[in-house]
Design a protein around this ligand. Structure first.
Ligand code: EPU
Length: 336
């Protein structure tokens, strides 16, 4: 039998800090805890919601669901000819894992420092920052396939990673529950310093090592992203929209300051933060929810508000951006 709690408060389990209760919730500390929670008759017929750090969700009300609080630990180092293969439990903290691998002499995750959340959540949106995405450091993951009841290993191709996207946001959405992730860290390390802001931060250090790059990433993020322990938020609220070259050229003729980045497929990613900023939303307070003053892409909750109010603001922002630039921006977090 699983150790279920009824009407369990989730405020401490979502970084927006919204008040919400789960009909049932269980702490999952092993694969066998997971199996018992899924087969428990008390949860029969209820939807299952897996929460890691709760750093990429918007809770819009109480969850009439069986909420599994993913806390599976683990850290095991293996290797093949070219790579360290580090298998980490889904419930381990991501940022702590970045620090631990570097301290253990296996650099590679330094550009992804200070991203909130757990290791098991990282593949779902293919976390990325400062020129590196998880998929470039990913070997495989272990998950329970709810369709067959079997544990499976899914490799890089099967996970179908894209920009803030994967199998787990699409066909695999309610099918797989991730229990461990195997990271692939090349034994021959190459720093990634192609992100302008990161290169500038490290200007005074001729050949920075992974620990120095990690420190620089922490410095940049701390300057422009709010600490969820202080202000409720889920990092970037919108994805940067990707548009055809013709659309980008037309926009950039009209708005010479438009920020855009060429993509390998010939299209362009537009900086949603810039688009929102141009519409005057940066620093806006709409009662208990608002737009962060130092980064227009981040929505914040000051306390006492609801996920529904936040979504209302998000829609207003997306509508205004679309009316002005003809581009629809989409939310990044999972809305529950
Ligand atoms: N900008 C503005 N005004 C703003 C915000 C941004 O003009 O209010 C401009 C900036 O001046 C810059 C451009 O927009 O020229 C891009 O801004 P930034 O470098 O801050 O990156 P971003 O596109 O806003 C993305 C990721 C972040 C990631 C950084 C660094 C997305 C949705 N966001 O932000 O990821 O840390 O790049 O790689 O792709 C997250 O996903 O939660 C997240 C924080």
């Amino acid at each position: 039998m699983a150790d279920f709690h009824e009407f369990y408060p989730l405020r401490a389990h979502n970084t927006f800090g919204f008040d919400s209760h789960a009909r049932l919730a269980a702490h999952i500390r092993s694969e066998s805890d997971l199996v018992s929670a899924l087969s428990d008759p008390r949860a029969a017929g209820l939807p299952v919601v897996v929460l890691g750090g709760g750093s990429n969700v918007v809770l819009t009300g109480d969850l009439d669901a069986s909420v599994l609080l993913m806390e599976i630990p683990g850290y095991e180092v293996g290797h093949d000819a070219a790579n360290w293969l580090v298998t980490v439990g889904a419930g381990e903290n991501w940022h702590a894992t970045v620090g631990r691998t570097i301290a253990d002499g296996m650099p590679g995750l330094e550009n992804l420092a200070l991203i909130p959340g757990t290791v098991g959540a990282a593949p779902i949106q293919n976390i990325g920052a400062y020129g590196v995405e998880l998929r470039e450091r990913f070997h495989s993951l272990r998950a329970l396939d709810r369709q067959t009841g079997q544990f499976v290993t899914l490799d890089l191709d099967t996970c179908a990673f894209g920009y803030r996207d994967s199998l787990f946001k699409r066909d695999g959405r309610d099918r797989y529950i991730i229990t461990a992730v195997t990271l692939r860290l090349p034994k021959v390390w190459q720093p990634v310093l192609n992100y302008g802001e990161l290169a500038r931060e490290l200007e005074s250090i001729p050949a920075p090592d992974a620990a120095q790059i990690r420190a620089a990433v922490i410095a940049i993020r701390s300057r422009k992203l709010p600490d969820p322990a202080q202000i409720g938020n889920a990092g970037s609220f919108f994805k940067n929209p990707v548009v055809e070259a013709a659309r980008r050229d037309a926009l950039s003729a009209q708005y010479p300051a438009l920020v855009s980045y060429p993509q390998p497929d010939g299209r362009y990613k537009l900086a949603a933060g810039w688009l929102i900023d141009q519409c005057g939303f940066k620093g806006l307070d709409d009662g208990p929810v608002g737009v962060y003053g130092k980064q227009a892409l981040v929505l914040v909750h000051h306390g006492g508000g609801t996920g529904a109010a936040l979504l209302g603001l998000a829609n207003r922002i997306a509508d205004t951006v679309e009316a002005r630039f003809g581009v629809r921006i989409e939310p990044e977090p999972v809305i529950l």
